[in-house]
Design a protein around this ligand. Structure first.
Ligand SMILES: *Cc1c(COP(=O)(O)O)cnc(C)c1O
Length: 222
């Protein structure tokens, strides 16, 4: 099935209030251009170098979302244009994003990444880590970042019951932070969860942003 057909299908089943982030990591610029020509403007990548390369070859009105683990020394390369960083998992990284935001005279939208999967290898904060970060005087003094919500990756499994539990956990973290830190902040509203294999469950559990690659482009070639 072609990219256009897959996008049309996804748009037909994803509710209007859930944003589709097309994950274009490992996809060539030509494939991204096809999705672009079909109206897609939001793309997610997990490597800084790849975003920079593709950005040069593609239209400037694309909104790039950084969804992968981000090293502090690479923040400066994307700070001037990145639409959202989904993968904030430490105060050190957030401090760097704030610093680069200041240099670029902008507020950079970020999500706090939570560890919700069983797997050891996944990055992410616990609820206590996040509260500690948000209570810290360092964070309170940051004027050039804006925490817009939370992000998480569920386990790589098929068990719907477990996936649902993991998404529910992320929704609970979101609700807890909203109540304690962001109740007056209209911009704190995003729950970035759901990928090709589990986005339907994620949407049922409250996702506001799904990050979908394979279901648009097919299997990635490495
Ligand atoms: C690759 C990736 C996705 C998309 O995965 P698919 O299974 O191809 O839809 C979503 N989120 C993150 C963080 C990723 O790295």
């Amino acid at each position: 099935m072609c990219i256009e057909k897959k996008l049309r299908y996804l748009r037909s089943i994803i509710p209007a209030d859930v944003r589709l982030i097309v994950v274009s990591k490992n996809q060539p610029a030509e494939s991204i251009k096809k999705a672009y020509n079909f109206g897609q403007r939001i793309f997610g990548e997990n490597k800084v170098q790849e975003i920079l390369g593709k950005r040069e070859q593609l239209p400037q009105d694309i909104e790039w979302h950084m969804i992968g683990h981000l090293q502090t020394n690479k923040v400066k390369n994307i700070a001037s244009f990145i639409t959202m960083i989904h993968s904030v998992d430490s105060i050190r990284l957030l401090t760097e994003i704030n610093k680069e935001g200041l240099k670029n005279n902008r507020k950079i939208d970020c999500l706090l990444e939570f560890h919700i999967a069983n797997e050891e290898s996944k990055f992410g904060l616990s609820l206590d880590d996040a509260k500690e970060l948000l209570r810290s005087t360092d964070f309170i003094q940051m004027d050039n970042v804006r925490i817009c919500g939370v992000m998480g990756m569920a386990s790589f499994i098929d068990d719907e019951h477990i996936l649902r539990k993991e998404f529910q956990a992320l929704k609970l973290y979101f609700d807890a932070l909203k109540t304690e830190f962001f109740s007056q902040k209209e911009y704190f509203k995003e729950i970035s969860m759901g990928m090709s294999s589990d986005y339907k469950i994620a949407i049922e559990e409250g996702s506001t942003m799904v990050r979908i690659g394979t279901a648009v482009f097919g299997e990635r070639q490495y």
